[in-house]
Write a new protein. Structure first.
Length: 312
């Protein structure tokens, strides 16, 4: 079963819940295009999340979900808010959501945690997760160690719930490859940053469009909080000081408010332009609907090509 049947949407595609970016308005534009839009609650307060949920409800009659970051200080309140607001799908990032699982399941919520390892996928299946989003290190934002190619099939073997592949998917070829690895759908972030509807600054979108294959790097590898971003002055200084053994406090001065600087002010030098390795494949800014339709259309073409190739 493809994940769209579980989620009751047209396409088996989930928009990554990107903190400080994925507003209710943006999530609605993705849901209206036939995929699952998510509100990224990461940088929000409970009140702001509530406003975004209400905005999303006004703008779409299609299913949408909320992404909760487990390290958000308001996560306990938010876990209750999604129940009170009748949210149908919750995805979780940066941690283990087991303690909320019972209440969410009783409320009929479909729960899909993002996992970077087989061990966490198995644990969350036991806790009652309906599916897992398996994210490879190619992805933009906070990442794990393993690649999508290596990790997805290992999780597919280890669990019996549906697996959604995330990280490194921005073309029909990659979508097809995700199915071949055993995924029932995909989650994408980077390719949707370069959409007309995405509320990031034009400079951020242009930086994605201009990026080459090697233009992302990872800050925080040594400190244990790896984040994939586009290389710029801030990233270079951060990594240099990190290698020199700078304290967490000093390193925080580089990242403090840096995502906001990139998203709102378009500061491409000292801002944190989170993006995945597929930024090198994103060549133009398009409407969300066109990005999603092209992905699935190209996947069909690639499937034909592959069948011809394998049939030779
Ligand atoms: C700018 C940005 C911010 C992100 N923020 C979050 C977040 O708040 N919560 C989360 O679970 N994942 C977050 N992610 C990861 C995405 O949800 C998604 O899994 C990832 O982008 C997929 O890989 P891709 O970037 O190669 O498409 C973020 C990704 C990006 C690019």
């Amino acid at each position: 079963m493809k994940i769209n049947e579980l989620l009751n949407v047209k396409y088996p595609l989930i928009q990554g819940g990107m903190a400080n970016i994925a507003t209710g308005e943006f999530a609605a534009s993705v849901s209206n295009a036939g995929a699952l839009g998510l509100i990224g609650a990461g940088g929000m307060t409970t009140e702001i999340l509530k406003e975004n949920i209400q905005k999303c409800k006004q703008l779409t009659s299609q299913p949408f979900g909320v992404n909760l970051m487990m390290m958000n200080p308001y996560v306990d309140e938010m876990a209750q808010l999604v129940i009170d607001e009748g949210i149908k799908v919750v995805t979780t990032g940066a941690g283990n959501p087991s303690k909320y699982m019972k209440a969410w399941k009783e409320a009929g919520i479909i729960v899909m945690p993002v996992v970077p390892s087989v061990a966490l996928a198995k644990r969350l299946e036991r806790s009652g997760a309906d599916a897992v989003i398996v994210e490879g290190t190619e992805a933009g934002g906070h990442i794990g160690e393993l690649t999508t190619m290596a990790l997805v099939p290992q999780v597919v073997e280890a669990v019996s719930i549906p697996v959604v592949a995330a990280g490194g998917i921005a073309s029909g070829k990659q979508l097809l490859a995700a199915y071949a690895l055993g995924a029932t759908g995909v989650q994408v972030g980077t390719c949707l940053l370069a959409s007309e509807e995405c509320p990031v600054h034009e400079n951020y979108k242009n930086a994605i469009v201009k990026a080459k294959d090697t233009d992302t790097t990872v800050t925080g590898r040594i400190g244990g909080t790896p984040v994939r971003i586009i290389k710029n002055r801030m990233a270079k200084e951060y990594i240099k000081r990190e290698k020199e053994g700078a304290s967490m406090e000093e390193l925080e001065t580089y990242t403090l408010g840096s995502l906001r600087k990139a998203v709102l002010e378009g500061d491409t030098q000292s801002g944190s332009l989170m993006a995945g390795q597929v930024a090198g494949m994103v060549k133009e800014i398009k409407p969300v609907k066109a990005i999603i339709e092209d992905l699935f259309h190209d996947c069909e073409i690639e499937k034909e090509k592959l069948m011809n190739f394998l049939g030779e």
